[in-house]
Design a protein around this ligand. Structure first.
Ligand code: HEM
Length: 391
């Protein structure tokens, strides 16, 4: 059996392909790439790799640095002790106590966006999900309303380059695609912000400035956080809405039992989490479920596959907002567990809360209401034509 995540077939039916690979019971060695890639599909293999940073490095290596992505992926591509130092510098800002101060602002943005859209046909992605997400990160990073469109363009480009780069056959292809122009523009943008920033505010930019991180590190961190939080949360909001529309029984259940909102969000993350995969590099020769892995090999952990593993989840393809337990892998595991997971979930909670409060009616509009992203490594929609009617 061959497995090519960049093939049109995979793009058409990714979950079926992943399910077939998981059923083989073993990792898959990609033979057609410049570097040796080993894909793992079971929940146990994904979790074991992600949890063991002693054995598996997050440093994606020279090829990534050459493409300019190393700097853009500060933190995510770091190993301890650098990773610990940098994560410690910002982690407090992502904890519930710091985020509590943003709750009212997020809820008021959701209310505004929904009341503007009430009863009209809208593209949910560009008119609600993306503006809400960017303006929320904007609160942390001092991004103004009129800068949102530009910011969205940058993060869309980067999201595409990010994972796909690993599977391309020629480093040149992806160096070209790496869009260093985008990264430079982002660096200029944040350098200017940092220069003029008044640090009396308790936002992330102020925390970055007051931390022991260098100016360059602070700029890279701002770039990365913007990139990490934008497409991903936009996708979560869109997928959650789409799943509720596709499963009216589950939406009806949610309206009767609003305490299931958090379960609905986790279930959307499990079934359609943004990152279908992430990677690690072997620090030594070893074995993974019977397959030999050599030092330097890149192991691709298919989160989207682990999330539908029968041995962990009953009826894994079913959307069940009351699923318990639901230890999905969509925020990964271990020291790199998504730093923004509480923020992303609180945006989704504010959105679902407003739908329930207003007994909103949800409908897809038109024959081509949904346009799926062509990025094979991210689960997302680029257009979602809906009508949301509030009562
Ligand atoms: C639904 C939305 C989100 C999803 C599905 C998601 C997913 C992930 C995943 C899978 C990782 C780990 C990747 C790896 O270990 O290789 C990660 C890391 C990270 N995420 Fe998120 N993310 C989301 C939202 C956010 C938001 C809103 C922010 C910030 C505003 C954010 C900031 C980060 C950061 C800083 C890291 C790096 C952590 C580290 O390396 O220590 N994410 N995210």
């Amino acid at each position: 059996m061959t497995f090519d995540p960049l093939s049109p077939e995979f793009a058409q039916t990714p979950f079926e392909h992943l399910s077939a690979m998981r059923a083989t019971g073993k990792p898959y060695v990609h033979t057609n790439t410049l570097k040796r890639l080993v894909s793992v599909f079971s929940y146990a293999d994904c979790e074991a790799v992600l949890q063991d940073h002693e054995k598996w490095s997050s440093d994606r290596g020279e090829s990534v640095r050459k493409a300019g992505l190393g700097d853009a992926m500060i933190l995510l591509f770091d190993d301890p002790p650098e990773h610990t130092r940098r994560r410690n510098a910002v982690k407090r800002q992502f904890m519930p106590a710091a985020l509590a101060g943003m709750k009212a602002a997020i809820e008021s943005r959701v209310a505004n966006l929904l009341s503007k859209a009430n009863g009209k046909v809208i593209d949910f992605v560009s008119e609600i999900a993306a503006p809400l997400t960017i303006s929320t990160i904007g609160l942390m990073l001092s991004i103004e309303e009129d800068e949102i469109a530009k910011v969205r363009e940058w993060t869309e480009k980067l999201a595409r380059i990010d994972g796909v780069a690993n599977f391309l056959h020629h480093p040149d292809d992806w160096m070209e695609q790496a869009g260093s122009a985008t990264l430079n523009e982002m660096a200029d943008f944040f350098s200017a912000k940092i220069k003029s920033h008044r640090s009396q505010r308790n936002d992330l930019l102020s925390v970055l400035l007051a931390s022991e991180l260098s100016r360059d590190e602070a700029v890279s961190m701002a770039k990365f956080i913007l990139h990490a939080g934008n497409e991903t949360t936009t996708n979560l909001l869109s997928q959650l809405l789409l799943l509720l529309i596709e499963h009216p029984d589950q939406y009806a259940r949610l309206k009767i039992a609003p305490e299931l909102a958090s379960g609905a969000i986790d279930e959307a993350l499990r079934l359609r989490g943004s990152f279908r995969e992430t990677e690690r590099v072997a620090k030594l020769d070893c074995e993974l479920s019977g397959v030999k892995v050599r030092k330097g090999d890149t192991v691709v952990t298919w989160l989207a596959s682990g999330n539908r593993d029968h041995s962990v989840f009953v009826e894994p393809d079913r959307f069940d907002i009351a699923r318990q337990p639901n230890r999905h892998l969509s925020f990964a595991r271990g020291i790199h567990t998504c730093l923004g997971n509480i923020l992303a979930k609180s945006e989704a909670a504010a959105f679902v809360g407003a739908l329930i409060q207003h007994h909103a009616t949800l409908e897809l509009v038109g024959d081509n209401a949904v346009r799926w992203s062509d990025n094979p490594l991210m689960s997302g929609v680029t257009k979602l034509d809906v009508r949301i009617t509030l009562k």
